[in-house]
Every structure is written in structure tokens, then in C-alpha cells.
Design a protein around this ligand. Structure first.
Ligand code: 6CS
Length: 344
């Protein structure tokens, strides 16, 4: 028999899932299956989120809804998960703003460096409740048959590198792996590095073979993806928080009953505090593990003066966001700047 191409396999998956979906919606008394995609592996922040979400929804629906979780690697990279959600194969997926920003320009607001408050309680509160976010980004997603359900923090982003970087000049000739959003690439160009967008699954090998000199992610990811094994420095430059979204298939969402929509809304509300606490604990625990397994890893916290040099260089990113995203983008950015400053 001739071998199946990945595209054929994907199509077959799609047919099977679509058929299963029709079965689950055929009769109200049958169990509905909600398929939920993850961009991260078992034990990650997204996995813990999905497990608790599953527990909540399945118990609240008294068995009428089953949540099936597809962890990283089972259905492809982040971009594939978004495409599978738009076409209805998945009902829900995680979509990091750093990757979704390549498709939805407005969501890149969360990739602007040094935008967030130093107080993550404020950041998490704004991400989960600010109405302007849900209006502006919600509108942009609807064109793709997607719906913004929630946003949350996964932790401070730390540079893990093979070279000490304290000053923008240290980024000369430095290849930094980044997520694919245009404004993230612009940021690292302005910092003086060469941004290299690569899928998450290729970072380890690219570090090992010196195709890249560093990458940037929260500590839990640096531990669970083993990036620390192939880098020497952990550098805190304070430039970014890792923000993820959960998006849904819009047609599916609209087909839900009022009761199901309310149940979903309550579940996301509950999850905001739950995951906030969890990601703090997980990031701290994973840093401990890294220090235990690699005692000679060098930990560097840039001083405020050093951070300010990077901050100054990144100023054009804000301007580029405003130019690209018109009045709606401006409204969103100004709202967030005010909210993150704690004035709202
Ligand atoms: O760097 C990335 O591509 C990824 N980082 C994390 C922590 N989650 C998913 C994302 O794809």
C-alpha cells in the first residue's frame, strides 16, 4: 500500500473527528465531546489548566459533556491547533499570543516589551476581565471563525543562552529563537540580535547544534523541554510575560445552549485564579530543579539600568503596533497601558 502523506493523515483525522462530532450533537441525551488542544506537554501550565477545566466541566455537566485533551505533539504545532479549531476539528485550543500574533495582528499588543505591570496580580486580573481586550481581539478573531474565551499568564520570560548578555552589544551576531509574531522579531532586531523563528519542538536540537545561541520562555518550559541542558545562562531582563489565549470555534460556541455558555463562562472565571497560583508555584519549583540538576548554570538578573537600555531600544515596537492596528489597536493599547499602571 502506498504511504500516507501528513496532509492525507490530517484529512483522515478531520473526517473521523467531524463524524464523531456529528454523532455527539445528534441527540441531546448523548454525551458531547469537547476536544481541547494544548501547545505544551503533560505537566505543563497548559496541561494543568486543561485537566482542572476538564474536571470542572465534566462534573458541572453531570456527565453530559466529556472533555478530551490533546497534548503537544499529538496534533501538530501551535499554528496547526489554531487551524484545527477554526475548521471545527477541535472545539477549544490554547494559542500563545506570540504565535497567534502572526495571524491576528491586534493580539501582538501582549508581545510589546515592558508593557505589563511589575505586579502579576494586576496583569492576570486585567487579562481575564478587561472588556476592551475581549471586544477588540474578539472582533479580529471572528473573521477566522474563532472566539476569544480567556487569556492568562504562564510566567516571566527568561533568556536561556550560551553566551552572557548584559548589554545590547552582547547580542551582536547572536541568534535568538523567538515565536513568530512580527513584533517579537522586530524587538530582538532592535535589541541587536538576529531573531530566528522556529517551532517549539525544534528549539532543543537547534541549541544543541548551535543553529541558535539562545531562546526565551518561562522557567517551567525551560525545565520541561530540557533547554537548560543545552544552555549555560539564565538571564532575567524583565522584558516580557508569557501570555496565552484560549480560543474556541465560533460556530460551535454559538451552537451551545445558554446553560452551557454560562457553565463555560464560570469555568474560565474559576480558572483565572487557579492557574495564576499554579504557574507561580510551578515556575519556582522548576527553577529549583534546574539548579539541582545543573548547579553550574549561571543565573543573571539584569539591573534596572541594564534593563532600561533594552527598554529604550524597543520603543519603536509600540509605534509599529499603533501604525499597524488603527483606531481599535490604539484604543486597546492605551486601555492596557492605563490598566497595567494600576490606574483602572
Ligand atoms: O515558545 C513556544 O513556542 C512555546 N512556549 C510555551 C511556553 N508554550 C507554547 C509555545 O508554543
Amino acid at each position: 500500500m502506498s504511504s500516507c502523506t501528513p496532509a492525507t493523515l490530517k484529512f483522515l483525522f478531520f473526517l473521523i473527528f467531524s463524524f464523531a462530532s456529528l454523532q455527539t450533537h445528534a441527540d441531546d441525551t448523548e454525551t458531547q465531546v469537547w476536544r481541547f488542544g494544548l501547545e505544551e506537554i503533560d505537566g505543563s501550565v497548559q496541561d494543568v489548566y486543561a485537566q482542572e477545566f476538564k474536571r470542572l466541566v465534566e462534573s458541572k455537566s453531570e456527565g453530559k459533556i466529556k472533555v478530551d485533551i490533546f497534548s503537544y505533539g499529538t496534533l501538530g504545532e501551535s499554528e496547526d491547533l489554531t487551524a484545527l479549531t477554526a475548521n471545527g476539528t477541535l472545539q477549544l485550543t490554547h494559542a500563545s499570543t506570540g504565535i497567534l500574533g502572526d495571524l491576528i495582528s491586534e493580539i501582538q499588543v501582549f508581545t510589546i516589551p515592558y508593557l505589563f505591570s511589575a505586579d502579576d496580580r494586576i496583569n492576570q486580573q486585567v487579562l481575564s476581565t478587561n472588556k476592551v481586550i475581549y471586544e477588540v481581539i474578539g472582533d479580529a478573531l471572528i473573521d477566522k471563525n474563532l472566539r476569544l474565551m480567556t487569556l492568562y499568564l504562564e510566567g516571566e520570560m527568561v533568556w536561556s543562552t550560551n553566551k552572557l548578555v548584559r548589554h545590547p552589544r552582547d547580542f551582536g551576531g547572536f541568534k535568538m529563537r523567538v515565536m513568530n509574531a512580527p513584533l517579537i522579531k522586530q524587538t530582538y532586531t532592535l535589541f541587536g540580535a538576529e531573531p530566528i523563528p522556529l517551532p517549539y519542538s525544534q528549539i532543543y536540537g537547534a541549541l544543541q547544534t548551535s543553529i541558535i545561541d539562545g531562546q526565551v520562555n518561562p522557567l517551567f518550559a525551560i525545565e520541561e523541554m530540557k533547554f537548560y541542558e543545552v544552555t549555560d545562562y539564565l538571564i532575567w531582563a524583565g522584558q516580557q510575560r508569557f501570555t496565552t489565549s484560549i480560543i474556541a470555534n465560533q460556530s460551535w460556541y454559538l451552537s451551545l445552549s445558554k446553560h452551557e455558555k454560562e457553565m463555560l463562562g464560570e469555568a474560565f472565571k474559576h480558572m483565572s485564579d487557579y492557574i495564576y497560583q499554579h504557574q507561580i508555584a510551578l515556575n519556582a519549583a522548576q527553577l529549583k530543579k534546574i539548579r539541582h540538576y545543573k548547579p553550574d548554570m549561571i543565573l543573571v538578573h539584569l539591573t534596572q539600568r541594564e534593563r532600561n537600555r533594552f527598554k529604550k531600544l524597543a520603543a519603536p515596537v509600540r509605534k509599529a503596533y499603533l501604525e499597524e492596528n488603527g483606531d481599535k489597536g490604539k484604543r486597546l493599547l492605551l486601555t492596557l497601558e492605563e490598566a497595567f499602571s494600576g490606574k483602572q
